[in-house]
Each structure stands twice: as structure tokens, then as C-alpha cells.
Ligand binder design. Structure first.
Ligand SMILES: *Cc1c(COP(=O)(O)O)cnc(C)c1O
Length: 466
């Protein structure tokens, strides 16, 4: 691979210089890097997910809105629609030392999504609703144009009670699936990985969801869930590594975001580039959104995924097969390069990327960068101090994006390659804050204190820890 496309944010004086100059060395040592894709715009877009498929997912969520309002009182103000705000964050932008001539920073506030408290409300809830819809249609409980509130009837609940919905999760997906499935009357089973937070398990158990704990990581929890589900024909397993329905639920966020940008008077075109920074675990959520945005904005939406330095599975997936990473295999894990997948960003603690998600964004992704846990806590604290926004560590990963683009040579090379430098004053940067609403106060106070004890993160190039 071209060396210029993967460079660390660390200065050249690193004592590990020789090894550090090899991209694998950078990743192995857990240093923050920005990799930019040279495959962007090459090849065909993945034809398995068309704009019509995304529209269909958005239409499904609209059909269900009256039922959702009935099941979840907190959705009354939005008439059953689960959506988040797009927020200007001028104080945060200033605190991050991002100059206005690099564009305007906005936050897509999925940290406050009702019902699930994270971005998983999009994909996870869509998949449960799609499953419920197909069961109900098959059993004649619903006319295609009928009133979906019929699915709250005793007859419908009796049907759902004979079926099970299961999922493997590090926490947030389990919360979304478990809460939605149990609200409809399904038996719900969540296979949790060892790194899942205790409060997430507790919250599910209180809702009558069966929580099965596994000693291993996220990939093992998924595998265990998949095996258990295969043995039971009345079980629908939400497969985070392979599900098209999840991806479509996430993609449906794109048309809504486009309406919000319009409403703020922010254009997106060749003269007004859009940069979107998406925290990435297995890759389904960011890939769905990137796909949806590319269907609307084409090459003018530049999507970057953000991963913890110790769990960069999607980056590894993108690098697999390039000369510098020969021998990694087609679907590598972060353990293969000696990383431990330990991070406080539990929503992103994933060792192996979804191949479905990777294929979906292969030719449209702009890049992937990595963030140290310490940086996540700095950013979590800064967004609270400046904008009074409360997020979880995973959700902070997107906030580091503009600095990586601006402050690294690979970022500058990307801007140069796409002739974007002169356009930056008109650019829009959106950091997607992906979770946080239900983090218990004590837990949040710990995160906040950890960030407060650190020097503020700033977008000027800095020396990173070795
Ligand atoms: C799940 C999750 C993500 C990433 O979604 P993937 O589909 O796993 O890539 C990001 N942030 C939070 C808070 C999450 O829970």
C-alpha cells in the first residue's frame, strides 16, 4: 500500500521509528492512525442494497409509528418516530481549536435516541419490527395497509409469545433488541459478552429479557447465540455480523439527516463537502449510514469510521489483502496482530468486522481512524463542559475526526487528492454521537471525572503516547 495513506498522528521522532514507519507497527503499538482509502469511487456500488430498499425501511418505520407511540409513552412527542437532533456545537468547536475556515462542526445526537439510548435504536428496532410484521402478515393479523396498532392486541401478543428473538451483543444492541422484542410480547434472549456493562444486563432483566452471560468476547457471544437459535425454528436470531435488515434500519437515518441539513440551510455539493465521523464496532451502523448518505450525496459525502486503537477491526478488514498486510486472511481479527480488544468503549469492543458491512462500503468509504481511550474521555468531558451533552465513551470517537483529517499528513493528502482544500471553509463536519442516554449517573460521573483530569484534547497536532 501507499505509505502516505496510513500515517500516525505521532511525530516522526518516535523511538520506534523503524517499526512505526510500517503501518502494521503503528497498529500493533496502538498508536492513533488515519488510513484513507484509495479505492473510493472505484468499482461498482454494492447492488444488494438499493435506494428503494432504504426507502422501504424508512416507510416501515413510519407504518409502525402509531404502534410505537402506544408501546412507549416517551415517544408521544414525536408521534412514535425515533429520531435525534442535528445540533450546531460552536462552543465545542472552539474548545477543540477547530478554526472556522476548516468548516462547521455539528453533532448528530443519537446519544439521546429514545427507547434504546443509542444508535442501535435504528437498526435493531427496525429488524425486530420487520420480523414482527412478517409474522403478523403471515398469520393474517394485519392487512398490508392496516392499522399497526393491531399488533398490540392480545391475539398478536399471543402469537409473538410463541416466538423468540435472540441476539449476541456487547450491550447496546442487546438493549435495543431486548426492549423492543419484549415490548411486543416476544420471548427475548440476549447473549452478552464478558465486556458488557452490568447496568445494561440489569436493565434488560428488569424488562423480563433473559440475559445469558458468556465468558468470551463479542464474537463468541454472537456465535453462541447463533448456535442456540439454529436449534429452534421459532427463534429469530438478529445476526449483527450478517444482517441486511439491521443495515437498512441504519441507512434509513440518511434521508432524515438530509432533511435536517436542509433545514439548517447547509448545502452539500462539490463546493460544500460533507464529512461524517462514525464510531464503528462491527461496522453495521456506520456502513448503513454511509451507504444511505452516498445514495443521496454521491462523492460529496466523505464518511470516516472511528475505532478504538485496541479494537481496529474494520480498519484491519480494509487493509486485509494489501501488500503490507499480506497473510492476514480474508476476515482478520485484532488478536491476529497482537492487540487485546480491551477498551472502555464497550460499544466498539469488537475483534472482527462484519464482512457484509465491509462489502457494502468498500468503494465509498473515505477512511478509518483510531482513537485512544484517553482521548475518548477527554472528548466526553469536553462536550459536556461546552455543550452540556452527555455521551458514553464509544460515542466520543466521532468527535476526534476533524482533528485527524486536519492534523495528519494522511488527512491532508486526502484533502489534496480530492481537491477539497479550497472548499473547507464551506465544509460541514458531523460527529455522530452514538450512545449515552441510559448510562447510570454514577457510571457517567466516573467517565466525566476521568476526562476532567486530563488536559483538553485539541485539534492541533500533538505528541502521542508511545
Ligand atoms: C454499536 C455501537 C456503535 C457501532 O455500531 P456497529 O454496528 O457495531 O459498528 C457505535 N457506538 C455505539 C454507542 C454503539 O453501541
Amino acid at each position: 500500500m501507499n505509505e502516505s495513506s496510513l500515517l500516525s498522528a505521532a511525530p516522526r521522532s518516535s523511538p520506534h521509528q523503524n517499526e512505526a514507519r510500517h503501518p502494521l507497527g503503528e497498529l500493533k503499538h496502538g498508536r492513533p492512525v488515519l488510513w484513507t482509502s484509495e479505492r473510493r469511487g472505484s468499482g461498482e456500488q454494492d447492488s444488494r442494497i438499493s435506494p428503494a430498499d432504504v426507502d422501504a425501511a424508512a416507510a416501515r418505520l413510519r407504518r409502525f409509528a402509531p404502534l410505537m407511540a402506544l408501546l412507549f409513552p416517551e415517544l408521544a412527542p414525536s408521534a412514535g418516530v425515533i429520531e435525534s437532533d442535528l445540533l450546531p456545537v460552536p462552543q465545542l468547536q472552539q474548545a477543540l481549536a477547530l478554526p472556522p475556515d476548516f468548516g462547521a462542526l455539528l453533532v448528530k445526537a443519537d446519544h439521546a435516541l429514545p427507547v434504546a439510548g443509542s444508535i442501535k435504536a435504528r437498526g435493531g428496532i427496525h429488524e425486530v419490527l420487520e420480523h414482527a410484521e412478517s409474522l403478523a402478515l403471515r398469520h393474517g393479523l394485519l392487512a398490508p395497509e392496516g392499522d399497526y396498532r393491531a399488533l398490540a392486541s392480545d391475539t398478536a401478543r399471543a402469537l409473538f409469545a410463541r416466538h423468540q428473538v435472540a441476539v449476541g451483543s456487547t450491550g447496546n444492541l442487546g438493549l435495543a433488541i431486548g426492549v423492543m422484542a419484549s415490548a411486543l410480547g416476544f420471548r427475548a434472549v440476549v447473549h452478552m459478552s464478558a465486556d458488557a456493562k452490568e447496568w445494561k444486563k440489569e436493565r434488560l432483566r428488569r424488562r423480563g429479557v433473559e440475559v445469558l452471560e458468556h465468558a468470551g468476547d463479542y464474537a463468541e457471544a454472537v456465535a453462541a447465540g447463533r448456535r442456540a437459535a439454529e436449534a429452534d425454528p421459532a427463534c429469530h436470531f438478529v445476526d449483527d455480523e450478517r444482517s441486511r435488515s439491521l443495515l437498512l434500519g441504519y441507512a434509513a437515518a440518511a434521508p432524515q439527516l438530509a432533511r435536517q441539513l436542509d433545514a439548517l440551510g447547509r448545502k452539500v455539493d462539490a463546493a460544500h463537502p460533507l464529512f461524517v465521523y462514525l464510531p464503528c464496532g462491527v461496522g453495521g451502523a456506520p456502513a448503513g449510514i454511509a451507504l444511505g448518505l452516498s445514495q443521496i450525496y454521491g462523492p460529496h459525502a466523505h464518511c470516516f469510521f472511528a475505532e478504538p486503537t485496541r479494537s481496529p477491526c474494520f480498519l484491519l478488514q480494509m487493509l486485509a489483502g494489501t501488500p503490507a498486510f499480506a497473510g492476514l486472511g480474508a476476515n482478520p481479527s485484532v488478536y491476529d496482530i497482537g492487540l487485546d480488544n480491551h477498551t472502555e468503549a464497550d460499544g466498539l469492543a469488537v475483534p472482527r468486522a462484519s464482512e457484509l458491512a465491509a462489502a457494502a462500503v468498500q468503494s465509498l468509504l473515505s477512511g478509518v481512524y483510531t482513537v485512544e481511550d484517553e482521548t475518548l474521555f477527554q472528548l466526553l468531558h469536553q462536550i459536556a463542559a461546552t455543550e452540556n451533552i452527555r455521551i458514553e465513551p464509544s460515542a466520543a470517537a466521532g468527535l476526534g475526526g476533524p482533528a485527524m483529517l486536519r492534523g495528519t499528513s494522511s488527512g491532508q493528502a486526502y484533502l489534496h487528492r480530492h481537491r477539497l482544500q479550497a472548499r473547507m471553509p464551506q465544509a460541514t463536519h458531523i460527529a455522530w454521537t452514538t450512545g449515552g442516554l441510559f448510562v447510570p449517573d454514577e457510571e457517567y460521573a466516573r467517565f466525566h471525572a476521568r476526562g476532567a483530569a486530563l488536559a483538553p484534547f485539541s485539534s492541533t497536532p500533538r505528541k502521542t503516547r508511545i
